[in-house]
Design a binder for this molecule. Structure first.
Ligand code: CP
Length: 302
């Protein structure tokens, strides 16, 4: 695998082997980590959109494996002077880069760059399209907690239309045998939900979707991608599609509460649930480093 551009295009075997490999990287004293398998390699984190978790965990993952890691934020680069994405990448490549981790607001940007560079490209989120490493770390977290993905009922609730996390997770979970239930305002649901997988089910009422769920994955509204669309009030949204303790009791007793971050507290999640016993949100963040170690090693060593 030279690039990781999306979950779309990966087989169930590809996904499972990345998750298995991440398990080894979850132990910092594993010889794979201490041997520094990426020593002498250079990774560039090129972020055209803001990030806390993804950028930091890619940096930690690269450094744990012994690579040199350089972070480039578009907001403080020559992008602000009008340089194109391709010129930026070509210039970074000229300085020597083995892998470029790219976050961009345009869907398909990593695919475009991959056609024009010798470096391995890892998609760190492209517009509303895909966020493959988020889906991998979410699957890793679920598997660690519940021991499997096959046969689980996973509810994804929120702004499905604009969410790259929803798409990558639906594709991955469907491929590994989970039942994926999508829930959110009709205006935030794709016209054809099967683009998120042939077996996804759409629910209008959150109470119906969450009934008997093993995992409840909450998403924030992607205000930056709404382009002026009319929104329900925050209070109305929280009442209809927010996760609170009453609603969580409709899921299985051991259900996991997940969120990719950043959380808008009081909107899609209330504090008691976000910080409660069912929440594995910080476990997701921790899993991000191990999963990104596995992804970087896979694309750079094979
Ligand atoms: N989950 C996620 O992509 O978070 P960041 O935007 O902070 O990277």
């Amino acid at each position: 695998m030279r690039h990781l551009l999306g979950i779309d295009g990966l087989s169930a075997n590809d996904i499972t082997s990345l998750l298995d490999e991440a398990t080894r990287y979850a132990h910092p004293h594993d010889p794979l980590v201490t041997r520094g398998v990426l020593r002498g390699k250079t990774i560039l984190n090129v972020f055209y959109e803001s990030s806390t978790r993804t950028r930091t965990s890619f940096e930690l993952a690269g450094k744990r494996l012994g690579a040199d890691v350089v972070n480039i934020a578009a907001s403080s680069s020559s992008v602000t002077k009008g340089e194109t994405l391709l010129d930026t990448v070509k210039n970074l490549e000229a300085m020597g880069s083995d892998a470029i981790v790219l976050r961009h607001a345009s869907s398909g940007a990593p695919h475009f760059v991959a056609r024009h560079t010798r470096a391995s490209i890892v998609n760190a989120g492209d517009g509303s399209h895909e966020h493959p490493t988020q889906a991998l770390l979410d699957a890793f977290t679920i598997r660690q907690r519940l021991g499997k993905l096959d046969g689980l009922v996973v509810v994804i609730c929120g702004d499905i239309l604009h969410s790259r996390v929803a798409r990558s997770n639906s594709l991955l979970l469907g491929a590994l045998g989970s039942e994926v239930r999508l829930c959110g305002p009709r205006t935030m649901m794709p016209r054809d939900p099967t683009v998120l997988g042939p077996t996804v089910r759409v629910f209008d009422r959150f109470d119906d979707a969450i009934e008997g769920a093993d995992v409840v994955m909450m998403l924030r509204i992607q205000n930056e991608r709404l382009a002026g669309a009319v929104m329900a009030t925050t209070r109305e949204y929280a009442r209809t599609f927010g996760l609170n303790e009453r609603r969580l009791r409709l899921a299985k007793p051991e259900a996991l509460v997940m969120h990719p971050g950043p959380i808008n507290r009081g909107v899609e999640l209330n504090n008691a649930v976000a910080d409660g016993a069912h929440s594995v949100i910080l476990e997701q963040v921790a899993a991000g480093v191990a999963v990104r170690c596995a992804v970087l090693a896979r694309v750079m060593l094979q």
